[in-house]
Design a protein around this ligand. Structure first.
Ligand code: NAD
Ligand code: TYD
Length: 339
């Protein structure tokens, strides 16, 4: 089985590569990644040493390059993680989101069609459903919830998601789509909430909380997401969408306070800042379809997963210190100064 993992030098893609190495040693993996600011080849160090993973640097939106790669490698399965993934950046500069997330997906779909890929899996997001109100705790996203996006990021992901489904209906390409809730775990880039809290708290720096910190996210340990994707590509039905989430809703302020308490840092580090434009209120997944049909359920509870994650950041300081001491400094200054 030869599998192409795009975006494998980023957070979830790299965890997926390590998940396959551990659980599917018979798979041969090729990682295609452009190595944008979010991609880090050091993350894949030990995967590349295993001899079962090879790395190719390139842009999923470069059609000629993608076509040649597919021609040469003859992939059985493609899993597309490659994307611009940060909502705040999409508010500042939407264009690259359209280019990578939409045009890049289109280029992979065309190559998959042309070269007879047996399964194309699109890693989508629950953000395609927009948000749920804060005062309706029994409402959840199902696969039937209408697509209703809020940010340039989610709009670009929804376009890619729908295009993938169109390739099934129109051309019969055997696709699957997963829409997962917020992930956390090792190798998470420190611009996102949980690694931002950990890395800033460890340096005794303030933690910026948008608005009143009452927005709700449904957190899933990244390994549980990787397990779900593996089940979908192996047993999921072509043409289907699967929601992934483990009923783990938390307000942002709860998450911040939990991490500060694990680290023994004071709540006085919390700083409320101007809210994100168009900020989605609440995400919450109903995972009944993937549980019932494929037997998936999450293994890591939030209390355990968050402690494991904090421990990983404590034990892997050079990984994130190299990031926050690089271009990230300018990013942080630009996004947060005067906010
Ligand atoms: P990430 O930003 O950490 O990683 C993205 C990776 O894609 C990076 O390695 C980057 O170099 C690469 N990339 C970007 N543009 C590329 C291009 N044009 N060609 C090739 N490679 C390119 O993102 P992540 O958090 O790991 O998310 C992975 C996928 O999962 C994304 O599609 C995202 O929309 C989806 N998702 C993420 C979450 C989450 O909580 N992080 C939840 C649900 C879905
Ligand atoms: P984020 O990790 O960017 O994921 P997403 O927006 O895709 O859900 O943000 C998670 C939540 O945390 C979201 O409600 C915005 C909030 N947030 C803050 O309060 N402060 C921050 O500095 C960041 C990056 C996010």
């Amino acid at each position: 089985m030869k599998i192409l993992v795009t975006g494998g030098a980023g957070f979830i893609g790299s965890n997926f590569i390590y998940y396959l190495l551990e659980n599917r040693p018979e798979y041969e993996t090729v990682c295609l990644d452009k190595l944008t600011y979010a991609g880090n080849l050091k993350t894949l160090d030990s995967a590349l040493k295993s001899g079962k993973v090879t790395f190719v640097k390139g842009d999923i939106a470069n059609r000629d390059f993608v076509d040649e790669l597919f021609e040469k490698q003859r992939f059985d399965v493609v899993v597309n993680f490659a994307a611009e993934s940060h909502v705040d950046r999409s508010i500042e500069s939407p264009e690259v989101f359209l280019q990578t997330n939409i045009m890049g997906t289109a280029s992979l779909l065309d190559a998959s069609r042309k070269h007879g890929v047996k399964r194309y899996h699109q890693v989508s997001t629950d953000e395609v459903y927009g948000d749920l109100p804060l005062d309706a705790a029994d409402s959840f996203f199902t696969e039937e919830t209408p697509i209703h996006t809020s940010s340039p990021y989610s709009a670009s992901k929804a376009s890619a998601d729908l295009l993938t489904l169109a390739y099934f209906r129109t051309y019969g390409l055997p696709v699957t789509v997963s829409r997962c809730s917020n992930n956390y775990g090792p190798y998470h880039f420190p611009e996102k909430l949980i690694p931002l809290i950990i890395t800033r708290a460890l340096n005794d720096e303030n933690i910026p909380v948008y608005g009143q910190g009452l927005n709700v996210r449904d957190w899933l340990y990244v390994e549980d997401h990787c397990k779900a994707i593996t089940m979908i590509i192996e047993k999921g039905r072509a043409g289907e969408v699967y929601n992934i989430g483990g009923h783990n809703e938390k307000t942002n302020i709860d998450v911040v306070k939990t991490v500060l308490s694990i680290l023994g840092k004071p709540e006085s580090l919390i700083t409320y800042v101007k809210d994100r434009a168009g900020h989605d209120l609440r995400y919450a997944i109903d995972p009944a379809k993937i549980s019932g049909e494929l037997g998936w359920s999450p293994e890591t509870k939030f209390d355990e997963g968050i402690k494991k994650t904090v421990k990983w950041y404590l034990e892997n300081k050079t990984w994130w210190e190299d990031i926050i001491n690089g271009d990230y400094k300018d990013y942080y200054e630009k996004m947060y100064s005067g906010r």
